[in-house]
Design a protein around this ligand. Structure first.
Ligand code: GMT
Length: 374
């Protein structure tokens, strides 16, 4: 198939999923055309069967605001026409699904371009609900030829929040279990924890919904019983507040900020436990990456997380904001070697058996076929 993929190219779950999907499809022989304003960060070298089309916008003085959505639609038309695309798969509703709708309308009668939209989370639960976007999101979802969500929870939210009259397919996020896997030893571990401390880890884009400050509160409680450190990976709006909080709690020597990082699998292998105390999470891709590396996860119970983290099997889930309970669960795992080993194995098995590339990529291919034949 010849597939156009549009996503945000920056650090963030939807862009990661879109890029890894494109890479996996290209490996299987499909021709993939990424269309975005910058090269997706995970496309860091040359890949066979993958092409990138940059969307450029004009800064004409009359345009006070950037007309990216329109420039994107125009580029979609161009790529679909000259590359003979079979379908366009857009990730994150705003503005991608709307631009794709426009492109398909422009091509009507000339190119039969199918549009598939994958909803990822905040496009439905947060941004899409704003009055300035709500009608547009509902319309763009209903006009897509196919719609997928990354969890059952997100499908329910889409149906109830937008009252859309549309069949929605759930295709969960996936992971390359050959890349993300437990390592026998990890060079970073002794750097982070020279005195054999246990390592709690969290990776995110440091937005408010991630509740990064809760990971610091959890560490503070855990440290009353276990010699532990917290490694925070990523960057974003909440980072400065978190750094201030760490100074106030006098935890500077127990928290390490790594900032944005590639090569996450190596870093995750330095950790003992992964924390995801989010306020909202449609799936929790970062937890899946950790689980594939054999890390138990202590998380909140929001959104799609319970579809991934199995309570008392691959980790523990608690009500969001209940840092006392999350800390208690963390101590339980860090002080009980037998239990820890079992949970660690369960995490890896769950990632491999339910969310591996080999399992999920064919689901996308089958869905593409279904939409193309409809
Ligand atoms: O979590 C974010 O803020 C990034 C966001 C995105 O769209 O890039 O992530 C969402 O999509 C991920 C991939 O499908 C999911 O794993 C995340 O759970 C989801 N985030 C939220 O729902 C808050």
């Amino acid at each position: 198939m010849k597939i156009g993929i549009t996503c945000y190219p920056t650090y963030g779950g939807s862009g990661v999923v879109a890029t890894e999907l494109g890479k996996a499809l290209a490996q299987k022989g499909h021709e993939i055309h990424f269309i975005s304003y910058a090269l997706p960060f995970r496309l860091n070298h040359f890949y066979e069967n993958i092409y990138f089309h940059e969307v450029e916008t004009t800064n004409y003085p009359l345009f006070e605001f950037n007309l990216y959505s329109l420039a994107l639609a125009s580029k979609m038309v161009e790529v679909a026409t000259y590359e003979n695309l079979d379908l366009l798969h857009v990730h994150y509703a705003i503005p991608h699904a709307t631009s794709a709708y426009l492109a398909r309308q422009i091509l009507k009668g000339k190119v039969d371009l199918k549009v598939i939209t994958t909803l990822h989370g905040t496009d439905i639960t947060l941004v899409g609900l704003e009055p300035s976007f709500l009608h547009l999101v509902k319309f763009s979802i209903e006009q897509s030829d196919g719609v997928t969500t990354v969890s059952k929870h997100l499908r329910e939210k889409t149906l109830t929040n937008y009252h859309v009259n549309k069949e929605i397919e759930v295709i969960p996020n996936f992971i390359d279990c050959e890349l993300y896997k437990p390592a026998a030893s990890c060079a970073f571990k002794s750097r982070f924890a020279p005195n054999g401390e246990k390592i709690l880890m969290h990776t995110s884009n440091f937005r408010a919904v991630k509740r990064v400050s809760d990971t610091i509160k959890i560490l503070e409680i855990v440290r009353k019983e276990v010699n532990a450190k917290l490694v925070l990976v990523g960057d974003g709006p909440e980072r400065s507040d978190c750094e201030r909080m760490i100074r106030e709690l006098d935890l500077q020597n127990s928290v390490i900020f790594l900032g944005k990082q590639d090569g996450l699998s190596d870093i995750l292998n330095a950790a003992d436990l992964f924390l995801l105390p989010s306020q909202s999470e449609s799936f929790g891709l970062s937890a899946l990456e950790a689980m594939a590396c054999g890390l138990p996860v202590v998380s909140s119970s929001v959104g799609g997380i319970p579809e991934l983290v199995l309570h008392n099997e691959t980790g523990f889930i608690a009500e969001f904001g209940d840092v006392e309970r999350m800390a208690k669960y963390s101590v339980d795992l860090l002080t009980n070697e037998k239990k820890y080993k079992k949970f660690s194995e369960n995490s890896r098995v769950r990632a491999v058996q339910s969310f591996s590339n080999e399992l999920i990529i064919p689901q996308y291919e089958a869905y593409y076929e279904k939409v193309l034949n409809s």
